[in-house]
Design a protein around this ligand. Structure first.
Ligand SMILES: Nc1ncnc2c1ncn2[C@@H]1O[C@H](COP(=O)(O)OP(=O)(O)OP(=O)(O)O)[C@@H](O)[C@H]1O
Ligand SMILES: [Mg+2]
Length: 199
């Protein structure tokens, strides 16, 4: 609960100044898709490409924040909503720092992603990793689908909990069929088109 005695302190160094220093703009690339659709793989590969070009980046990855920032949250609907809210807030801080921020969360609920969008405005870029359930399940990178099918994991997205695909994502990447490097190219092209990085 926000206290009425908390007053925003404006700094002297602005986002615009940080972006000039960095040589590119800040943005949030919000990767969404089923478990195993390639969010983490793609986000880290894009980050590596950007790093090679001298860009300032950071990946906020689902599993990692659950170890710290969101360690107190469960996978209930309320837990997922709060998880995404915190991530959007943190991503917003990174953007203010002028950083190209990549988030890799299943973020299955449209309403949560829309909340992140309304918080971040034009800084929010929704990237749908569209590999379908059959492909993700056949990959089963973490062995979670097998465990979910046997009833060991309750409310597993795609099996016993819904995934609501984006209706109008800024970018849809066919991570079932495209090779990884081609997927990275699509994201990089988008960043150039938006003027986030120089083309
Ligand atoms: N074009 C592609 N983009 C991304 N990943 C791909 C692509 N093609 C194949 N893959 C493979 O798909 C798998 C995706 O796994 P990854 O852990 O990135 O998924 P995830 O969406 O982050 O899942 P989770 O929500 O469980 O963290 C990897 O084994 C990766 O090598
Ligand atoms: Mg991942």
């Amino acid at each position: 609960m926000k206290s009425p005695n908390v007053v925003w302190h404006h700094g002297e160094v602005t986002r615009d100044m940080r972006e000039k220093l960095n040589g590119h703009k800040g943005i949030v690339l919000w990767f969404t898709g089923l478990s195993g659709s390639g969010k983490s793989t793609l986000a880290h590969a894009v980050e590596a490409r950007l790093y090679e070009q001298g860009a300032h980046t950071f990946v906020i990855d689902g599993d990692n924040v659950r170890h710290g920032l969101c360690a107190d949250l469960d996978f209930s609907d309320a837990g997922r909503v709060e998880n995404i809210r915190r991530v959007a807030e943190v991503a917003g801080l990174f953007v203010q720092a002028g950083i190209i921020t990549l988030t890799a969360f299943i973020s299955p609920f449209r309403s949560d992603r829309e909340r992140a969008r309304s918080l971040l405005g034009e800084d929010f870029v929704e990237i749908f990793c569209s590999a379908p359930l059959e492909v993700c399940e056949s990959r089963d990178v973490k062995g979670l689908y097998k465990r979910a099918r046997s009833g060991e994991i309750p409310a597993f997205t795609g099996i016993s909990s819904p995934y609501e695909p984006p209706e109008h994502p800024e970018l849809e990447v066919d991570t079932a069929n495209l090779p990884l490097e081609a997927s990275v190219d699509r994201v990089m092209d988008y960043l150039s088109y938006r003027g986030i990085i120089a083309s």
